[in-house]
Write a protein that binds this ligand. Sequence first.
Ligand SMILES: [Zn+2]
Length: 93
Amino acid sequence: MVCQKCNSERVAEIGGKCSDRFHAYIGDRETSGYVDDDLGIGGGNYIEFNLCLDCGQVQGEFPLPPTFLETGKLPDEDDDEVDYDDDEGFCGL
Ligand SMILES: [Zn+2]
């Protein structure tokens, strides 16, 4: 893998299982528990991201849309057209 910003090959693949001991802050806003998957650093049990050791760029697509940490809302909570009953099928996969 080469860095998306500086093309360095010194890109470290970072990972860690923190389960529900994750926390993140922006100012006085906090999220804690399992890893928020909208922060671009993994999700669920795992923190996972790729970090360029030359320029510090976290690999991924940025800017990210507003996150749960910032808004306190999950991405589709504002969408009244979402039928949550349809999501039950995904649990069986
Ligand atoms: Zn870089």
